[in-house]
Design a binder for this molecule. Structure first.
Ligand code: CA
Length: 524
């Protein structure tokens, strides 16, 4: 009997030893916390130093100060769903199948980095805006907004169904994220994707931020009244202008949807007197654009202010739980956005404001603090970066490259000097024609190719940082044009997009003269 008891005790010691050994190994692997925004642009973050100084973002700036700030993190197709699919798969739109927001459904059988991390022993969670139609896979827990979700009292979906979540969406996404972090399986390292709706259109602020700027005017961008002269028809014939596209909902001349009676009262107390003054003044032409720009900046930046506060809550939690040291924190967005540049809101174009995403990475002790990097990096690199950090091999079909060496101050000598870009969705929602291009540190060669244009443009960011000129036909650029054509062809082969995209890549609306295309059903 004594012998048997000894055997049990011995077995128990072995089991504990194995468990503690396993736990020790697990705790050595870093946690990965991905805070992701929708349409958040570098011009709105103080750490990116925009010359308009639109907003102070002290908490987001803290990540930059304690980690690395990438200044040219570029997207490969500047809209929401496609960027998200590219992040998950590490593949271009034409290979992951998610070309546009109109008629694509993410093929969740694909290999994604969360699936690989989950398989390797990570606790995985996806919380907030998903926007890929099919249910998330590769996550132990998911709790997502339906489609775009709502700013106020939005429903959220788990595998058990839909529940209304009272409150302001940016706060709610953080609340749910913190709840999951508190209750996670602490024997495993974690991957948490905490993904905000903000600051997506229609930019509805939290009530606490109404009037945050004390009615001070925001500086205007130099290209607010861009006349698009000398440019392709593709650029002037858009539907995303403050002059022509801005709706009453965008302008808050009508309230945001789904406010409670009490919230509506507070909302109206701010907006109504100002809207009344607007109606009385009835501005026209440039004055109307200026008024819209001011209203747009108040609202968009208020949404960013709420993101910043909620980033602060997450940072405080990591500090309090002693998780700061062993957590790779990545802060980014699915693309940039126009804050009035070229007279626009929205994204889609290859121009710098919507091509560039903010990217801040912090990993104390592993990544030097306060560093900036100007290499061309991309959302397509995220999957392989996360896998690298977790000590996992990337999937052989992934097309990016781990950013870890760059984060640690070493740029490999064969790091990319150019990036392939392809935007498809047309004609709705913003009438931005499909375009394909190559981007280098200085230049962009762009082809607007469908359905009624066949125009090439060359942009030179050194000579023309505002990107308002086309140098394509300038004889002084003949050699550059030739080199970039060759580079574009090389990249098409490298990324495996040598064939014409399928008609469905452009969405579910017909081009002028085409027959009607069948509309899809409900979307998530
Ligand atoms: Ca977006």
């Amino acid at each position: 009997m004594k012998q048997l008891a000894f055997c049990f005790a011995f077995a128990a010691i072995i089991a504990v030893a194995q468990q503690s050994d396993g736990s020790a190994q697990e705790s050595a692997r870093p946690n990965i916390l991905f805070i992701f925004c929708d349409d958040l642009t570098c011009q709105s973050l103080s750490c990116y130093g925009d010359n308009r100084h639109l907003l102070d973002t002290p908490n987001i700036d803290r990540i930059a100060r304690e980690g690395i700030r990438f200044d040219r993190c570029l997207v490969t197709n500047s809209i929401c769903g496609p960027s998200r699919a590219t992040i998950l798969t590490g593949k271009y739109s034409h290979l992951n199948g998610f070309y546009n927001n109109s008629n694509c459904k993410f093929d969740s059988d694909q290999v994604t980095f969360p699936k690989l991390l989950q398989k390797s022993g990570y606790a995985t969670a996806m919380i907030g805006k998903w926007h890929l139609v099919s249910d998330p896979t590769g996550f132990d827990y998911w709790n997502i907004l339906p489609g775009q979700g709502l700013y106020y009292n939005s429903q959220m979906i788990t595998k058990d169904g839909r529940v209304r979540q009272d409150g302001y969406v940016t706060d709610v996404v953080t609340d749910v994220s913190l709840d999951w972090l508190r209750n996670r399986d602490k024997s495993k390292p974690f991957l948490l994707m905490s993904q905000h709706k903000a600051p997506h259109r229609e930019w509805a602020p939290a009530l606490r931020h109404l009037g945050w700027n004390k009615d001070q005017d925001f500086a205007e961008p130099e290209t607010l009244f861009d006349d698009y002269s000398g440019r392709s028809l593709a650029i002037s014939d858009h539907d995303m202008g403050l002059d022509r596209t801005f709706t009453d909902l965008d302008a808050k001349l009508v309230p945001a949807p789904n406010l409670t009676d009490e919230q509506l009262k507070e909302w109206n107390a701010y907006y109504e007197p100002r809207n009344e003054a607007f109606r009385k003044a009835n501005p026209q032409g440039r004055d109307l654009v200026r008024w819209r720009y001011q209203r747009y900046m108040h609202d968009y930046l208020a949404c960013v202010k709420a993101v910043d506060e909620n980033v602060g809550r997450i940072l405080d939690f990591l500090d309090a739980e002693k998780l700061t040291e062993n957590t790779l924190l990545v802060f980014s967005s699915d693309q940039g956005f126009y804050l009035g540049e070229h007279g626009w809101f929205d994204k889609r174009w290859i121009f710098e404001e919507s091509l560039r995403s903010p990217l801040l990475v912090r990993w104390p002790g592993k990544i030097k603090a306060g560093v900036t990097n100007r290499n061309i990096v991309s959302l397509i690199d995220f999957a392989e970066t996360f896998l690298d950090v977790a000590g996992q091999q990337p999937d052989s079909e992934m097309q990016g490259r781990s950013l870890l060496p760059l984060c640690q101050g070493e740029t490999p000598s064969d790091w990319r000097k150019s990036l392939y870009y392809h935007y498809y969705e047309f004609p709705v929602p913003h009438h931005v024609r499909p375009h394909v291009g190559v981007i280098t540190d200085r230049y962009k060669l762009v082809h607007y190719y469908k359905p009624d244009v066949d125009d090439w443009e060359l942009l030179d960011r050194e000579k023309d940082p505002l990107e308002v000129k086309n140098f394509y036909a300038d004889p002084a650029y003949a050699d550059t044009v030739k080199e970039l054509h060759a580079e574009l062809e090389r990249l098409k082969i490298e990324v495996q997009e040598t064939a014409e995209p399928p008609r469905s890549a452009y969405g579910n609306r017909p081009f002028a003269g085409e027959p009607q295309i069948e509309q899809p059903g409900g979307r998530r």
